[in-house]
Design a protein around this ligand. Structure first.
Ligand code: AMP
Length: 318
C-alpha cells in the first residue's frame, strides 16, 4: 500500500528553532523551498551525517537509483536527491514541455531507496523574477553537445552550482552516461573552488546495451528495437581501437557504417575524442572516448564508452 503524504508540518530543527515546513513520505523529507532544504541539511550535518547530492530531472530509472547507491558506497549517510526539469538547459526547439514527469512514481522509488530528502523546487524557486546570472564553463562546453545545443551547458552549470549552494553537500554524484556534462561540472568545481567531492557513476544499460534514459520513454515499440544501434556503433569503435586502429577518421567512418545498418537511426555525431577535452585525441597513448548522439524520430539519444589506455595496444609506448 502506498504511504500517504503528510501535510506540511511545523517542526523545530536542532539548530536554533527555525521552522521547517516539510512533508514526508514515510521517512523521506520532501522540500520545495530553499529554506527547508537548508534547515534539514543543517540538522543532518549537526548530527554528523555525510551529505550527498544526486541531481536529476526525474522520471527516475535504475541509472538514477544507481547513483544513490554510489553515494552511499562513498560514505554518504544523508542522501539528497533533487528533481528539477531545468528550463535553462533546453533549447527553444527541444523537449522541455513534453519531458516525462511522474512525481508519484518517483517518490515511491526514492522512498524504497531510503533517500533522506527529496528537493522538488518549482521553477520560480530556482529562477525568481529578475534572476540574471549564468555560469559559463569554457572550452570543454564547446564541442559536440555544446555545439549542437547552444546554451545547454551554461544552463546545466548554472542549475548545478545553484543546487550545490542550496544543499552544500560533501559529495555530489553524476552519471558518466552524460560524459561531457561530467567534465563540464568538474571544470566548474575546480575553477570556482566549490568545496565538495565529485563522484561519477557508471552507465546502467538495458540487456541489449541501450543506456537507460528518461527519454527512452518517448520511443515507440518499433523505435525501441532500433535504439541499441547507437551502443552497437560505439562498441564497434571501441573494438576497432582495441584492435589497433588508431586513426580517428577510420574509426568514425566505421561507427557511421555500423549505425547505417539500422535504418531509422539518424546520426548526429559519432566521434572519437579525448575524454578530458571532448576534442579529437592527439594520440592513442592515453584513454580515449567514443561518444555519439542519434535521432530516432523526434527522440535524441546520447551515449559514450571510455576506453582505458590499458586496453589500447601500444598505448604505453610514448
Ligand atoms: P537526468 O535526470 O537525465 O538529468 O540525469 C540525472 C543524473 O543521472 C545525471 O548525472 C545522469 O548522468 C545520470 N544518469 C542518467 N542516465 C543514467 C544511466 N543510464 N546510468 C547512470 N547514470 C545515469
Amino acid at each position: 500500500m502506498e504511504a500517504p503524504l503528510t501535510p506540511a508540518s511545523r517542526t523545530l530543527s536542532p539548530h536554533g528553532g527555525e521552522r521547517v515546513a516539510e512533508s514526508r513520505v514515510r521517512g523521506m523529507i520532501i522540500s520545495r523551498t530553499i529554506q527547508d532544504v537548508r534547515a534539514a541539511v543543517c540538522g543532518a550535518r549537526d548530527a554528523g551525517r555525510v551529505i550527498a547530492l544526486v541531481p536529476t530531472m526525474g522520471f527516475l530509472h535504475q541509472g538514477h537509483l544507481s547513483l544513490v547507491r554510489v553515494a552511499r558506497a562513498n560514505g554518504a549517510d544523508f542522501i539528497v536527491v533533487s528533481i528539477f526539469v531545468n528550463p535553462l538547459q533546453f533549447g527553444p526547439n527541444e523537449d522541455f514541455e513534453r519531458y516525462p514527469r511522474d512525481e508519484k512514481r518517483d517518490l515511491k522509488k526514492l522512498e524504497d531507496e531510503e533517500v533522506d530528502l527529496l528537493f522538488l523546487p518549482p521553477v520560480e524557486v530556482m529562477y525568481p523574477p529578475g534572476e540574471d546570472t549564468r555560469v559559463a564553463v569554457g572550452e570543454v562546453s564547446e564541442p559536440l553537445e555544446g555545439e549542437r545545443r547552444p546554451g545547454h551547458f551554461a544552463g546545466v552549470a548554472t542549475v548545478v552550482l545553484k543546487l550545490f549552494n542550496i544543499v552544500q553537500p560533501d559529495l555530489a554524484v553524476f552519471g558518466r552516461k552524460d560524459g561531457q556534462q561530467c567534465v563540464v561540472i568538474e571544470r566548474m568545481v575546480r575553477d570556482l573552488d566549490v568545496p565538495l567531492r565529485l563522484v561519477f557513476g557508471e552507465t546502467i544499460r538495458e540487456h541489449d546495451g541501450l543506456a537507460l534514459s528518461s527519454r527512452n520513454s518517448y520511443l515507440s515499440k518499433e523505435q525501441r528495437v532500433l535504439a541499441p544501434a547507437l551502443h552497437r556503433a560505439l562498441r564497434a569503435g571501441e573494438e576497432a581501437i582495441e584492435h589497433g586502429i588508431h586513426d580517428v577518421e577510420a574509426v568514425e567512418k566505421l561507427m557511421r557504417k555500423m549505425a547505417a545498418e539500422t535504418p531509422g537511426i539518424e546520426v548526429d555525431y559519432l566521434a572519437v575524442v579525448d575524454p578530458d577535452t571532448f576534442r579529437p585525441p592527439g594520440d592513442f597513448h592515453h584513454d580515449v572516448m567514443v561518444a555519439g548522439a542519434v535521432g530516432i524520430g523526434k527522440t535524441r539519444l546520447i551515449d559514450n564508452i571510455r576506453i582505458s589506455k590499458r586496453a589500447i595496444p601500444h598505448a604505453h609506448i610514448e
